[in-house]
Design a protein around this ligand. Structure first.
Ligand code: DAH
Length: 336
């Protein structure tokens, strides 16, 4: 009888090894611990054990039942708690976490908007390098050597002959030197100036340059194109005026102002109470520029214009500090 008790224990231990589900656990219980299970059967047999052996066998049987019961309970708790951990804690009604989505930088957005307006009226988009020769940035654009006009743009020089371009106008020179007229292009890009950094100026910014060269291009066409741009970009009701100005590479030169879209022209802090905002520089290409690039100023004329992107974006969105556009704090950027 004692051997049978040991066998039952051995068998139980072998069986419980393989139990990893509630279903198998229940099968184990039925086989060993139920009313008709192996343990009960042994108790049944115990009744016919001779009385002098009863004590030892009874102890053995009780110990067997206790041990199997305890092992069964322990495994039962483990299996049940495992089920709990994975099932009820997944809340399928919880909204998912959307991956953070980036947007184009405000400067890129503004640039793309301007580019698309000019593309629709036949301008192609051409870019040039940010490291430029002194000759393309100044000389070929009719800034004479040692002329005070060079002081209009504080320059980062790399050496005597090369510099970080101070404007996108040198791309005009590159285009005209590489193709015959007619030319109709806009030139977006980053430019650099050695200026004190504050809320209004930064050491780099972006411009879009425009150039149209052909036979008999007139100032009226320049105005027509820029007025079209202003209406597309600022709205049909925008009022504008052209003021005479000076740039070495255009003659005559002008600056274009539009009515302040913050106050509608009444006068406010943004337009310094004038009711007007300057948005770009422009003019008819100076004959000296045509000569520098090998075009014949007797045969062709052209107009050019240039505008600063940061200024346009800042005015449009009432941004008071240009540095915000370069610090790239997402809390700022994601508003646009
Ligand atoms: N390059 C000038 C600047 O940075 C802007 C400009 C003015 C460009 C008149 C032009 C132009 O093409 O015709 O201040």
């Amino acid at each position: 009888m004692l051997n049978k008790i040991n066998d039952a224990k051995e068998k139980f231990l072998q069986n419980i090894e393989k139990v990893d589900s509630a279903k198998l656990l229940e099968e184990l219980r039925i086989k060993f611990l139920s009313r008709n299970g192996i343990v009960s059967m042994l108790f049944e047999e115990f009744k016919s054990v001779p009385s002098q052996e009863k004590r030892a066998i009874g102890q053995g049987l009780n110990a067997l039942r206790q041990e199997l019961q305890a092992k069964y309970e322990a495994l039962k708790t483990r299996i049940e708690s495992k089920g709990k951990a994975s099932a009820p804690e997944i809340d399928l009604t919880l909204p998912g976490r959307a991956p953070a989505q980036g947007t184009a930088h405000l400067i890129t957005q503004t640039m793309n908007e301007i580019i698309s307006i000019f593309k629709k009226i036949g301008f192609s988009v051409i870019t040039g390098p940010e490291i430029e020769s002194d000759r393309n940035n100044f000389g070929a654009l009719n800034f004479p050597e040692d002329h005070p006009a060079r002081d209009m743009q504080d320059t980062f020089f790399i050496n005597r002959d090369f510099l970080l371009r101070t404007h996108t106008s040198p791309v005009q020179v590159r285009i005209m030197e590489s193709q015959e007229p007619p030319v109709r292009a806009i030139m977006p890009g980053r430019v650099y100036r050695n200026e004190a950094i504050n809320s209004r100026s930064y050491c780099m910014f972006h411009q879009i340059e425009g150039l149209f060269v052909d036979e008999n291009v007139t100032f009226a066409e320049l105005k027509g194109t820029l007025v079209h741009f202003a209406k597309e970009f600022y709205g049909n009701n925008v009022k504008y005026k052209f003021r005479p100005s000076y740039f070495p590479f255009t003659e005559p030169s002008a600056e274009m102002d539009i009515t302040c879209f913050i106050c509608g022209g009444k006068g406010c802090r943004v337009c310094k109470h004038s009711g007007w905002l300057e948005i770009l520089g422009c003019g008819m290409v100076d004959p000296n520029v045509f000569t520098s690039v090998g075009y014949d100023p007797e045969e062709i004329t052209g107009y050019a214009f240039g505008m600063g992107i940061e200024r346009i974006a800042m005015l449009k969105h009432d941004i008071k500090d240009i540095r915000l556009l370069f610090e790239n704090d997402v809390r700022f950027l994601k508003q646009f």
